[in-house]
Design a binder for this molecule. Structure first.
Ligand code: ACO
Length: 445
């Protein structure tokens, strides 16, 4: 008789096909196993019951880059890549981009519900009153070379915050987490703006608490000799929308880094520094910078077909195109494209826009991109907006990090409070040498 095992370790024998279960026949042994299916998943640990002999380790699944592995149960963000849907806590991104503000969206992500009036004003008050950074951090920033990449400055400075707030190690204290949340959301734009000013050799501009979150950020970036900085409302709103669009994106590379590092119970500043480091790469948050560099390299509309040829030849990638999850379109790209035109109306048309539009037009018609379901992602247009606002390309991933902070905090907290989570520690398939004898150096070839 065939022996089967059911999910949680029982060895009961089943003959009938059970619903919501997966029957696996191990052809090495002929044994059958019924594994329960919950929420569209089998538990990878259930595979470990599949063994040839009792002493075996059991079966594992091999999934480089986690293409098909759910690492957590989450209630924060839903993405349906086929339908082009993105929702935070159930609210469509299009609605939030139209009606919400970044701080309200951050509250929603972190607390699970939209705030009422008094909750929002309390939340805004506390974040606004945590925007100043310790004077020693200024000295720290001054130590960087003038041409240091602002993302590297951001990563190091966020890690350094951990030395200023040692109590942040109390990660299981709700009160402490709340305080670090205010600090992270409040201080990130200040550090980002200071890093920018440092690269220009300009004096730092202190936060102005009369202004909105985004308005104050623009103030810290761009204020010069005027007594009071008045942000342009269209630019302020466009940047706020960009922060909303970037606020969370479920288990992407940087969020997984935040959860992974946080799972060892390090403090939130160190986890955030790790998340920022993951975001920095050109395949993730560094893509907006890479898009601009690509558009500049292409140089003119006439040269677009030649560049597309190189992409199709596998020589280069079309930056700002493609997404691990969206295989239809990235709903954020649509919203950003609209915001871009509003910014261009004020700041003048970005000369790279025509090249971007031609790249998009050709790629959307070309079978190479269509068959691989490669569409413009959020980063294809965000860089054009940032550049039109007068920001250098090196600041683009930094702006992404400011928006993503809300998502990182909410995902980190969800991970900490999830009783099923433990320190993140994947397995490997070892295909290296077996035991070898050590060869003295004189005997080596
Ligand atoms: N340009 C050209 N070809 C591409 C691109 C691209 N941008 N993206 C994917 N492809 C091709 C791959 O070469 C592959 O072709 P093949 O089947 O002939 O081998 C096929 O499309 C599938 O691509 P994968 O690499 O399997 O897709 P994956 O899901 O691993 O990668 C990623 C997703 C990293 C975003 C990729 O599309 C990419 O590198 N894009 C450019 C960088 C970028 O814009 N990143 C930003 C992502 S959004 C964000 O992080 C906010």
């Amino acid at each position: 008789m065939e022996k089967s095992s059911t999910g949680a370790g029982s060895t009961e024998v089943r003959t009938a096909q059970q619903q919501d279960s997966l029957t696996i026949v191990d052809n090495r042994t002929g044994k059958r196993y019924d594994l329960p299916i919950t929420n569209g998943c089998i538990r990878a640990m259930d595979l470990r019951k599949i063994k040839v002999e009792d002493g075996d380790f059991g079966l594992m699944s091999y999934d480089p880059a986690f293409l098909n592995t759910a690492s957590c149960i989450s209630k924060i963000t839903l993405i349906d890549g086929d339908l082009g849907i993105l929702r935070y806590r159930g609210y469509p991104i299009e609605v939030l981009a139209e009606k919400s503000t970044y701080l309200e969206t951050a509250y929603l992500l972190i607390h699970g519900e939209l705030p009422n009036r008094s909750q929002l004003s309390d939340w805004t008050y506390h974040i606004t009153h945590h925007t100043f950074i310790h004077e020693s951090i200024k000295k720290f920033l001054d130590g960087f070379h003038y041409d240091a990449h602002p993302m590297s400055m951001l990563i190091s400075t966020i890690a350094a915050l951990s030395t200023f707030y040692p109590e942040s190690k109390s990660i299981f204290s709700a009160e402490s987490r709340k305080k670090q949340t205010y600090r992270l959301l409040g201080k990130l734009p200040t550090i980002a703006a200071f890093a920018y000013r440092h690269s220009l050799g300009l004096p730092f501009v202190y936060p102005d608490n009369d202004l909105s979150y985004t308005g104050n950020f623009l103030n810290m970036l761009f204020k010069t000799t005027e007594l009071k900085y008045h942000p342009n409302p269209t630019l302020e709103r466009a940047l706020d929308i960009l922060f909303i669009l970037h606020a969370d994106h479920e288990q992407n590379c940087s969020t997984s880094a935040m959860r992974g590092v946080g799972s060892s119970q390090s403090d939130p500043y160190c986890s955030t520094a790790a998340a920022c480091a993951a975001l920095y790469g050109p395949l993730h948050g560094g893509a907006n910078e890479a898009v601009l560099r690509m558009l500049m390299e292409i140089g003119s509309v006439q040269k677009v077909p030649e560049y597309i040829k190189r992409v199709k030849g596998g020589e280069v990638k079309l930056m700002g195109f493609g997404h691990r999850v969206y295989k239809n379109y990235d709903p954020r790209a649509k919203i950003i494209k609209r915001a871009a035109y509003e910014v261009f109306d004020i700041m003048g048309r970005n000369p790279l826009l025509d090249i971007a539009l031609e790249v998009e037009r050709i790629a959307l018609e070309d079978d190479y991109f269509v068959s691989r379901k490669l569409y413009p992602n959020v980063d294809f247009y965000s860089g054009l907006i940032y550049q039109s606002m007068g920001l250098p390309v090196t600041m683009f991933p930094v702006l992404f990090a400011i928006g993503r902070m809300a998502g990182w905090i909410s995902q980190w907290e969800e991970m900490l409070l999830d009783p099923e989570q433990k320190i993140a520690r994947p397995r490997q398939v070892y295909l290296g040498y077996g035991q070898r004898d050590y060869i003295p150096i004189d005997d080596r070839v």
